[in-house]
Structure formats: structure tokens, C-alpha cells
Design a binder for this molecule. Structure first.
Ligand code: FRU
Length: 484
């Protein structure tokens, strides 16, 4: 489809949606999401000429995965996101079935995007092209076509270029599958962003001691963080073990030391970035305040995707809140960016409390779009349980040193859970947005991200302790960024 027809179709879709628009209790308020259609990975994250740009995988024409374009939003403060027309739409032969994920860099005042052109054929045969597009203003892009073709040794599951500069050289990592069905990350180098030299496999299954580590690795990101090198990747095909890898696909990272310019990257173990149900394909960028900020897709291509109740309203999925990341003891710590505090309404609610073999609730804790902080001082309780909106429970069992998030499945309302080992529960920092929770545990050492679909009238939060716990509670209702 040519670009003009594509935009005509988009305008028609948006007009139809506006006409049909009715109250939607699950529509998120402060998360980045498009008006209609299916969103997945964050793409091209960059602060360009002072403005934050977030692009995202978007199928505006349905709530299924399809020929994606790059949706586009900008923000001055990471809070209020202004929507713009899509920046890349599938119009050329090399991207006929989707402008897939990729990244952005700034070069001599221009914004340059790298993305995967996806071409599908019958029998699941794919072609993949790593493409480039250039813009003088960050809004209108000129496509330059493929700059990297599929090298030998890999299947056409070869995509999601992330580009960066180090010591004067441009590098690109690509998510890949080898011919022997091993997930891998492939490294390229360039001096001009147009000609790319294949360096080889930077990391992957059967490298650096990894065994059974997936048949495909998607969406790599590679960057320096606090003196180390971090490779984020989303492997497919990991088997669940203990409390790990319970989602259909995972996202996590390796910390190591890169021998710059080579494929030598000795690294430590794979650590999951999120322990919840809905987190995938994150990407990071470095902002002008020197922060490394990450956004992920708050979704998952699992069997429940098609059962999300928002589908009947014409949309599905959102991005996570922006999170600042840092390394502490070789682990990534995630914190909601401090700009989010601007959303807090008034002084909020604060109280100190003891809960002992009882369930307590406060009318002030109730709400659907809110931030709750709970700090636990004296904890003699064996179990602490926080029940939210009759749909979610956060449960810490001290003798098992286990923290669990339970939610109701979208398919049948049955309870399902995700857990992590936690030596001691110190604090919980919860962001609720009508139908999402992002739970930061112990200052961001563990995070659980999940969607849930409660009745709009179920707003209460209950805290139960089996034994005694002393806690400080804080809560703010959060304003809609459009009303700031
Ligand atoms: C990850 C992913 C990427 C691909 C994109 C397509 O969710 O599968 O590998 O580029 O989504 O939308």
C-alpha cells in the first residue's frame, strides 16, 4: 500500500473510533498508548534536541499483530505525551509486512532510525532487511532502504537493530536465530552508518556457558552502565524453572565487560527484568540529564492477549511508565522517573500503623489511578497481604522468603501467580492506572508489571498481617497528565 492510501485508511479508522468512543473504565490515563489498535514494543527512544521521542510498534487497523508501523509520541517531561502521525509506515517492498522494531540516534542534528523491514510469504517464510530512515526534524523521515542484509548462518528471524556510538565507531546489535535454532545477538560496526561490517555473535545460547537458552533472542540493547556493559535481550524458548521464566517469553539482562570493538563479552548470569505477567521487549536510552531510562511493552503475546476486555473497545496494550535504571551489586535497579511525582494530587495520605492478626483498610487508600508506598519497619508477621480492587493480591510469606503477585486470569477469572525470592520485605511502591499495576519492591530490586481488569466500582485496598507488622503508608491519587 502506498503512503497516501495508508494514511487515508488510518484517518478513516481514527474517525470511526471517535464516533464510537464511549466510557472505557480500563483505558489507562498516564501510560503511553495509542487511541486505537494494538501497540507492542517501544522503539527509537531518544531525547532529540531536548524533546523526548518515543516510537512504538503499532497496528492501528486491528487488535491483532500485523503489518506494524511506527507510532510516534513526544514529551517535554516524560509525563504528558503528545501524539503525532506515525513516522514509518510500511510502503516499500522491503517492509511490505511491517516496519518492525528498532532504534534512533542523533547524527549532525539529524535523527536517524534503524528498523527491520519485514516481508512475509506463504508457509511462514520471511525476509528481513535492516533499514535506515533520516529526518531533519524528528517528524518527517526519508527512507534510505536496507543497509544490512541477512548474513549467512542465521535464519530470517533476524531483527530489531539497536545502534549506538562508542569511541568514535558506530555499532549495531541485532536479535537473531542461528541455523541451528539458537537465540543470539549479532554485532556489526560502521564508520558512516551506511556500510556495516559483520563482527559476529556477541552473545547467545551455547556461548559463555549458557545452555537451553532459547531458540530466538529479540530486541537486544547494549550499553554502558555504572562502569559495566549491560546487554538486555528478550529470549524466546526458555523453560520455566523454580520461580523463573513463567511467561511465554522473557526479558532480562547480562552484566559483563565488553572488549570494545570485538565480539568478546564475558558476562554473568541472565537476570529477569520483571517478575510479573506483562513486560517484554524493553528499550533504554540516555537522556540529557545523564540518566539511563527504560520503557517496556506492558504486554505479552500469550494466550490471554486475545481475551483482554479492551479489545471490544478497539485497543489493546500500553507501554510501561519510564523507569530510571542503575546498577547496584551487578544488578539493575529500576525506579519510576522522578517526574512522575508531578502527577500526585495534593498532599496525599500518610499514616503510621500497626497491623496485627487482622485486616485493615483506609478509605484514603482506595482508588483506581494512584501511587501507594508502604514501608515496613518492624516485621514480625509471617504473612503480609495487600489486596487491591478484588483482583490483585501481593503476598509476602516470611518463612518462605517469597513475594507473590496474584491476579485474576482474563480468560476465566481463575487466580494465577508470579513469585520471586525475597530475603526481606522492606518496601513496596505501587503504581496503579485503571487496569495496570507496576510494583517496585525494595527500592526497585524486583519489579512486577501486570494488567488486570477490575470492576470500576471495586476500588478498595486491604492489608492483612498474620502476626504483627509496623508500617508507614503513603498514597496519592494521580492526575491525568492531560489535565495538568
Ligand atoms: C517483539 C517483536 C520484535 C519485532 C516486533 C514486531 O515483540 O516480535 O522482534 O520486531 O515485535 O512487532
Amino acid at each position: 500500500m502506498n503512503t497516501i492510501n495508508w494514511f487515508e485508511r488510518l484517518n478513516h479508522t481514527l474517525e470511526t473510533y471517535q464516533k464510537d468512543k464511549h466510557i472505557d473504565p480500563h483505558r489507562l490515563q498516564y501510560h503511553l498508548m495509542p487511541a486505537v489498535g494494538l501497540l507492542n514494543d517501544p522503539n527509537g527512544l531518544i531525547q532529540y534536541k531536548g524533546t523526548y521521542h518515543v516510537f512504538f510498534q503499532w497496528n492501528p487497523f486491528g487488535t491483532v499483530h500485523g503489518a506494524k508501523c511506527w507510532g510516534h509520541c513526544t514529551s517535554q517531561d516524560l509525563i504528558y505525551w503528545q501524539e503525532h502521525p506515525p513516522s514509518l509506515v510500511p510502503s516499500e517492498w522491503y517492509e511490505r509486512d511491517g516496519c518492525f522494531s528498532g532504534s534512533a540516534v542523533e547524527v549532525d542534528g539529524d535523527m536517524v532510525l534503524f528498523y527491520s523491514g519485514n516481508v512475509g510469504h506463504d508457509n511462514n517464510i520471511l525476509e528481513t532487511y535492516q533499514c535506515m530512515a533520516v529526518s531533519h526534524n524528528g517528524f518527517i523521515f526519508e527512507k534510505k532502504g536496507p543497509v544490512v542484509l541477512l548474513p549467512e548462518g542465521y535464519t530470517s528471524h533476524f531483527r530489531d537493530p539497536k545502534v549506538w556510538k562508542r569511541d568514535g565507531v558506530w555499532y549495531m546489535v541485532i536479535g537473531a536465530q542461528t541455523f541451528s535454532q539458537e537465540g543470539a545477538v549479532v554485532l556489526f560496526a560502521s564508520s558512516d552508518l551506511k556500510k556495516w561490517e559483520l563482527k559476529g555473535t556477541l552473545a547467545g545460547n551455547r556461548i559463555n556457558g549458557l545452555i537451553d537458552f532459547g531458540y530466538m533472542w529479540e530486541c537486544p540493547d547494549f550499553f554502558e552502565l555504572d562502569g559495566n556493559d549491560v546487554l538486555i535481550v528478550s529470549p524466546q524458548g526458555l523453560e520455566a524453572k523454580e520461580s523463573f521464566y513463567h511467561n511465554v517469553f522473557q526479558s532480562g539482562y547480562f552484566v559483563g565487560k565488553w572488549n570494545v570493538g570485538t565480539t568478546e563479552f564475558p558476562h554473568g548470569e541472565f537476570i529477569e527484568l520483571d517478575r510479573g505477567f506483562d513486560f517484554y521487549a524493553p528499550q533504554t536510552f540516555h537522556d540529557q540529564l545523564g540518566r539511563r531510562i527504560m520503557l517496556g511493552w506492558m504486554g505479552m503475546t500469550d494466550e490471554q492477549e486475545a481475551y483482554q476486555p479492551t479489545i471490544e473497545k478497539g485497543w489493546v496494550h500500553a507501554l510501561t511508565i519510564p523507569r530510571e535504571i542503575e546498577l547496584k551489586n551487578n544488578r539493575i535497579i529500576q525506579k519510576p522517573v522522578q517526574e512522575l511525582q508531578k502527577l500526585r494530587e495534593g498532599n496525599g495520605f500518610q499514616c503510621r500503623t500497626s497491623i496485627e492478626d487482622e485486616t485493615k483498610t483506609w478509605p484514603e487508600l482506595a482508588g483506581t489511578v494512584s501511587e501507594i508506598k508502604a514501608c515496613f519497619q518492624e516485621n514480625q508477621a509471617d504473612t503480609i497481604k495487600i489486596e487491591i480492587r478484588k483482583n490483585l493480591s501481593i503476598v509476602y510469606i516470611q518463612h518462605m522468603k517469597r513475594l507473590t503477585l496474584e491476579r485474576k486470569r482474563f480468560i476465566d477469572g481463575k487466580i494465577e501467580s508470579r513469585s520471586c525470592f525475597l530475603d526481606k520485605l522492606e518496601d513496596l511502591h505501587i503504581f496503579l492506572d485503571t487496569s495496570s499495576i507496576e510494583l517496585f519492591v525494595n527500592g526497585g530490586e524486583e519489579i512486577f508489571t501486570a494488567r488486570f481488569f477490575a470492576e470500576a466500582t471495586d476500588v478498595d485496598v486491604f492489608i492483612t498481617a498474620d502476626g504483627r507488622v509496623d508500617a508507614t503508608l503513603e498514597k496519592w491519587n494521580l492526575r491525568n497528565p492531560k489535565e495538568l
